[in-house]
Design a protein around this ligand. Structure first.
Ligand code: NAD
Length: 505
């Protein structure tokens, strides 16, 4: 039982703060109606960080009712769009002021290195809110002439109450990807964080109130997917669901959303290919392909986890890839400045990754390096969820390690002989999120980028992501786009108003 709505916490890197633990509804924290809780664990030490309240269906209803009331309340509905943008700008400023605190919480809760959280996650989170603050007063309709007597105009309106469900791999920045466009378009929101990383979003809640958002505009809850998540998806007053997480859960969400024919946006998993052609700059290809799967401990939906290398350069590429692991992938806890790879987010995720490694061995893949838990040197991290960066070769396209998303520091490296073969095999997947192409042949780069079935393609790079650029998948990697101008589509709808000026004729 979380016995208080705030607890005093000192992070391992010495930051003292008050961690809210309640459900943020109508700009106030409240306890869960049933008293049920979620315990957040430090993945490096397996020790609890804090216990937070977990929402029941009744609590979800309270949050949705608050969002519904705020939608039609004049303080939000009649707020000029420019002022809506200013509120968001203020929120971005407050996040900036708390950058170090947010980075410490997300590093602690998720297991990523503090420096990465500070410089990458927080930059992305703050920039996303700032970027969308600028869009708030720039979403216009059109005027369309039809006959001399008639014309029509369109207005772009919010969708209404938006339910948002986020994962644990980039806790705060995933929240901002969802909140930014939803608020810019004038919706109200109930957002549910992942049970693995419940903490930073509650601190964000305090800043939402401080920035001046009216009560009920942003409601933030923690809760279990099958209970709170499902209640949100099925709630009749929720007009839209935006989800990021596994393809299996997305499938459940689609089914549940069908009951009320809800608008949905889904960003799910991937098994993204990275293709290295013989004319590629090999140093660059190795650098980015290592980053594309080993950064963030491989817990990246767009991880380039299938590396196709032209047979003529396979041996050299493999040697250099192993070297990159040895020189770069230093494993350690979140607070060691040298750490590149922290612990997996939870014991469940750690066991899932290790199980995939065992399956790959049983299926006959050759283990090149890694393939087992990593034992940290520091005694305090002895129970941490660390896994060695792992590379498999001699993998066939039908092996599970080549088909299924592992979501860990595990990669398969596959030879190919022709461009046609590389594209055909890269596309031989139910997923279609990211893809990377390494070549110095300009024509080939753009030809392959066009032919690959993916929502995003990187030429001579991997994992580039920017709030201005649309993000999303094709096939079973998702529906709809986040970020960029395209992200506004997911949170606004067009109304056509027909005008008849012909009454005097
Ligand atoms: P998940 O899909 O179970 O959880 C993601 C979010 O959905 C969480 O907030 C969770 O509470 C919620 N949820 C779960 N079941 C729900 C339901 N029935 N109704 C409504 N909401 C529900 O993902 P996970 O278990 O955290 O991770 C499992 C796998 O998902 C990973 O191994 C990885 O393959 C994938 N994943 C993908 C991403 C991504 O960015 N695309 C992020 C995290 C995990």
């Amino acid at each position: 039982m979380a016995d208080s709505l705030f607890v005093d916490i000192t992070t391992p890197n010495g930051r003292q703060y008050q961690q809210p633990t309640g459900l943020f509804i109508n700009n106030e924290f409240r306890p869960s109606s049933s008293g049920q809780t979620i315990v957040s664990l430090d993945p490096a030490t397996d020790k609890p960080i804090a216990t937070v309240h977990a929402a029941t269906a009744e609590d979800v209803d309270a949050a949705v009712q608050a969002a519904k009331a705020a939608l039609s309340h004049s303080t939000w509905k009649l707020l000029p769009a420019t002022e809506r943008g200013q509120l968001m700008g203020r929120l971005a400023d407050l996040m900036e002021e708390n950058r170090e605190l947010f980075a410490a919480i997300d590093a602690w809760d998720n297991g990523k290195p503090y420096q990465v959280a500070l410089t990458e996650d927080l930059t992305e989170a703050i920039t996303t809110i700032r970027y969308y603050s600028g869009w708030a007063d720039k979403t216009f309709g059109q005027t369309i002439s039809t006959t001399p007597q008639k014309f029509a105009y369109t207005i772009r309106q919010p969708i209404g109450v938006v339910g948002q469900i986020i994962p644990w791999n980039y806790p705060l920045s995933m929240a901002t990807w969802k909140l930014g466009p939803a608020l810019a378009c004038g919706n109200t929101v109930v957002i549910k964080a992942a049970e693995q990383t419940p903490l930073s979003i509650l601190v964000l809640a305090t800043l939402i109130k401080k920035a001046g958002f009216p009560p009920g505009v942003v409601n933030i809850i923690n809760g279990y997917g099958k209970e709170a998540g499902a209640a949100l998806v099925q709630h009749p007053l929720v007009d839209k669901i935006a989800f990021t997480g596994s393809t299996a859960t997305a499938r459940e969400i689609m089914k549940m959303a069908a009951g009320t024919l809800k608008n949905i946006t889904l960003e799910t998993g991937g098994k993204s290919p990275l293709i290295v052609y013989p004319d590629a700059d090999l140093e660059q290809a190795v650098k980015w392909s290592h980053f594309g799967i080993m950064s963030n401990k491989g817990e990246i939906c767009t991880a380039t986890s299938r590396i196709f290398v032209h047979r003529s350069i396979l041996t050299t590429f493999l040697e250099k890839f192993k070297e990159a692991i040895e020189t770069t992938s230093k494993i350690g806890d979140q607070w060691d400045e040298n750490t590149y790879q922290g612990p997996q987010v939870t014991r469940a995720q750690y066991e899932r990754v290790l199980a995939y490694i065992e399956t790959a061995k049983q299926e006959g893949a050759t283990l090149v390096t890694g393939g087992k838990p990593y034992t940290p040197k520091d005694e305090k991290n002895a129970k941490g969820y660390f896994i060695e960066p792992t590379v498999f070769t001699d993998v066939t396209d039908d092996m599970r390690i080549c088909k299924e998303e592992v979501f860990g520091p595990v990669v398969v490296i596959l030879p190919f002989d022709s461009e046609e073969e590389s594209v055909r095999r890269a596309n031989d997947t139910t997923y279609g999120l990211g893809a990377a192409v390494f070549t110095t042949d300009l024509e080939r780069a753009h030809r392959v980028a066009a032919d690959i079935e993916a929502g995003m393609v990187w030429i001579n790079s991997s994992q580039d992501c920017d709030p201005r650029i649309p993000f999303g998948g094709v096939k079973q990697s998702g529906i709809g786009r986040e970020l960029g101008e395209a992200g506004l589509e997911a949170y606004s709808q067009v109304k056509a108003v027909h005008v008849n000026m012909g009454s005097r004729l």
